[in-house]
Write a protein that binds this ligand. Structure first.
Ligand SMILES: Cc1ncc(C[n+]2csc(CCOP(=O)(O)OP(=O)(O)O)c2C)c(N)n1
Ligand SMILES: [Mg+2]
Length: 657
């Protein structure tokens, strides 16, 4: 209720958005960071008659949010779920609800726009990409740390196409913000290098319009508009109270509020005559004209810059350019090998050469994660060079996650990297990438106790289990350089899933593929790497990442002793679970019960593959600080231990059998 004038002013007078084509690439973005105020967005989508769009970005003709959908607010299958959901409701630019995510995501959108503009706004087409990004946020967003990270980098990057509107109503769930929030938000944002402006009365449309014009004319920095508002405006007993936040006003209070507004008191879900038409004449007309003009221009653009136009088409449809995988390297067998982070850097660079919109960076760890695009001219993304392909997110993992989401929503192909342990700091954003089905790429290195001396604070233990438990996220922990190549191949072809590539800091042998199975098995999640001749194996050894080499060593030793062991390399549970049952049965036949898993991490979940009686060689503590050799000994990661576990598994079932 309180924000209706703000939203009205922005949408009706300023937003360059065509309700008939809500996916037009150069539309202004509107992000409702206060996801709990979803009805504000649903009302806007309804009143402006935004059309529904299919998964293939085709307009379906029908409206996105009907009055019936609004009547079924928060009910099963309604287009109006509790919080706005990207993909589910056309016109929703990003899923919001966890406070702070929306504003941080908006920074990614603004960044992507600058990048697109630099690459694609060519001579004669200087305004091809010039959209603005607006985000509406509240006290909760301001309190969340992620908004500080995001605002800090937005200020640093001088994103003048970014406007946050802060609903300064002094109310959160527990009561007045004086309970927990007394900082001076305006000063804080001035400190970040933002343009800060104020609207003292949320009902003053002229003041609001002036603030938006102020934003539009501000160069070289983002804008924060602080709007002083009254929650539950017009509800006589609930206005300015936390009661207006979370509970329905109640029949009587609604009646009184309607009386205050001069509204018919008995009418429900009432849209007075002329309202739809009013929006058609405002945002509708403006948006349609801008959108049509843009598509006419892109037709001209195609004639002058056909290659760039092709790129745009492919990017917007999440396709890859022809020949994208031609340069991906093959790695020769090598017992010494190289760290998977190293091979990943090589593969990434080979792919980046062919996919210009594959862009990304790190939270200050690129020299360690090997994610730098080294190609000549790749450059660094900065306020002075919005065309750079290497991003410096700073030590801000959580905001990096949300920024990657925002970039992906604008359809570039973003990657972000860091130490695997710090996944803890960005999980909130990663979860939204999975929920939104965005093909964001996370490159995580230093994946285990293999980091050695850095010790328990830097040694991931429960993180693989944690990541694997996230619906929709593909986790891949490749065993060697060639598995890394295959993993990247899989990841780059994903359309709807984010992926986490989990890599070692330390060298691992490059497996001899003339002796063992080809690495292409990665695409199936798990594959038989080595088998023993002479019928069914007696035991199956399952390893991931750096532990696959250990399994192979054990396999050779067992072979010498006449024990038939199979080695299954299992880089990705998700990809394996996705295979048909015949394939899964071929790799892990039901009747072969003796099984050993080897992974330098928590064994949480492994019984799914090894059974309740299987043996999981794992780590159940927080690791330790020491040279890797000592750690491997301490935690039992040796071929002898794998051999012993294999034998005891065989013995166990022989006794039982
Ligand atoms: C990360 C996160 N923590 C907690 C919540 C639960 N929550 C929803 S709304 C809200 C209060 C938000 O206050 P404010 O942003 O000022 O919104 P207002 O009450 O003014 O509408 C809280 C704590 C949430 N949605 N996200
Ligand atoms: Mg508030």
């Amino acid at each position: 209720m309180a924000l209706a004038p703000t939203a009205y002013c922005l949408w009706q007078r300023f937003l360059r958005f065509d309700p008939q084509d809500p996916v037009w690439p150069n539309r202004d973005r509107f992000v409702l960071s206060i996801g709990h105020a979803s009805m504000l967005l649903y009302s806007l989508l309804h009143l402006t008659e935004v059309r529904a769009v299919s998964k293939d970005y085709e307009s379906l003709g029908e409206v996105s949010v009907s009055l019936d959908a609004i009547k079924a607010f928060r009910q099963l299958d309604s287009r109006c779920p509790g919080h706005p959901e990207y993909r589910w409701t056309s016109g929703v630019e990003t899923t919001t609800g966890p406070l702070g995510q929306g504003v941080a995501t908006s920074v990614g959108m603004a960044i992507a726009r600058q990048w697109l503009a630099t690459r694609y706004n060519q001579k004669g087409f200087e305004d091809l990409f010039d959209f603005n990004v607006y985000a509406l946020c509240g006290d909760g967003c301001m309190m969340e740390g992620i908004s500080s990270e995001a605002a800090s980098i937005a200020g640093h990057l001088r994103l003048s196409n970014l406007c946050w509107i802060y609903d300064n109503n002094h109310i959160t769930i527990e009561g007045n913000t004086s309970l927990a929030f007394t900082e001076d938000v305006a000063t804080r944002f001035i400190g970040y290098g933002w343009n800060v402006t104020r609207v003292g009365d949320a009902n003053d449309l002229d003041m609001l319009a002036r603030a938006f014009r102020n934003f539009q004319s501000t160069q070289n920095r983002p804008t924060l508009i602080i709007v002083d508002s009254h929650i539950g405006y017009g509800a006589p007993h609930k206005q300015d109270t936390s009661g207006a936040h979370g509970e329905p006003l109640g029949e009587d209070e609604v009646r009184l509020a309607k009386r205050n507004y001069g509204w018919p008191e008995d009418k429900k879900f009432y849209v007075p005559e002329g309202v739809y038409d009013h929006f058609r004449q405002g945002i509708g007309k403006r948006g349609r004209e801008l959108r049509d003009a843009w598509f006419a221009r892109i037709g001209e653009y195609r004639k002058v810059y056909p290659e760039l136009a092709d790129e745009l088409f492919q990017m917007q449809h999440r396709q890859l350019p022809e020949g994208w995988d031609l340069d991906l390297p093959e790695f020769p067998a090598d017992t010494k090998g190289l760290a998977t982070r190293e091979s990943s850097g090589k593969v990434l660079n080979a792919a980046a050469k062919r996919i210009p919109w594959l862009i990304g960076g790190s939270a200050d760890l690129a020299p360690s994660t090997k994610t730098r695009i080294t190609e000549e001219g790749a450059g660094d993304f900065s306020a002075e060079n919005y065309g750079g392909r290497n991003f410096h997110f700073g030590i801000r993992e959580h905001a990096m996650g949300a920024i990657l989401n925002g970039m992906s929503l604008v359809k570039v192909r973003p990657f972000g990297s860091g130490f695997f342990i710090f996944v803890d700091y960005m999980r909130g954003a990663m979860r939204l990438s999975a929920l939104m089905e965005l093909p964001v790429i996370y490159v995580f290195t230093h994946d285990s106790i293999g980091v050695g001396e850095d010790g328990p604070t830097h040694q991931p233990i429960e993180h693989l289990a944690h990541m694997r438990s996230m619906p929709g996220l593909i986790v891949i922990r490749p065993a060697d350089a060639n598995e890394v190549r295959e993993a990247w191949k899989v990841i780059l072809q994903l359309h709807h899933e984010p992926a986490a590539l989990v890599l070692t800091r330390q060298a691992v042998p490059t497996i001899d593929r003339t002796k063992y199975a080809p690495a292409s098995g990665v695409a199936r999640g798990a594959y038989i790497l080595a088998d023993a001749p002479g019928g069914d194996p007696e035991v199956i050894l399952i390893g991931t990442g750096s532990e696959v080499a250990l399994c192979l060593e054990a396999h050779e030793q067992l072979k010498k002793e006449g024990v038939r062991a199979r080695v299954v390399s299992m880089p990705s549970w998700e990809l394996f679970d996705d295979q048909d049952s015949d394939y899964r049965e071929t790799v892990l036949p039901r009747h072969i019960k003796p099984r050993v898993s080897v992974e330098e991490a928590s064994d949480f979940g492994w019984s799914k593959y090894t059974g309740s009686e299987g043996h999981n060689i794992c780590i159940e503590s927080f690791g330790a600080s020491a040279p890797l050799k000592q750690l491997l000994k301490k935690f039992g990661f040796s071929a002898e231990n794998v051999v012993a576990a294999a034998k005891s598994q065989i013995a166990k079932y022989q006794t039982e059998g």
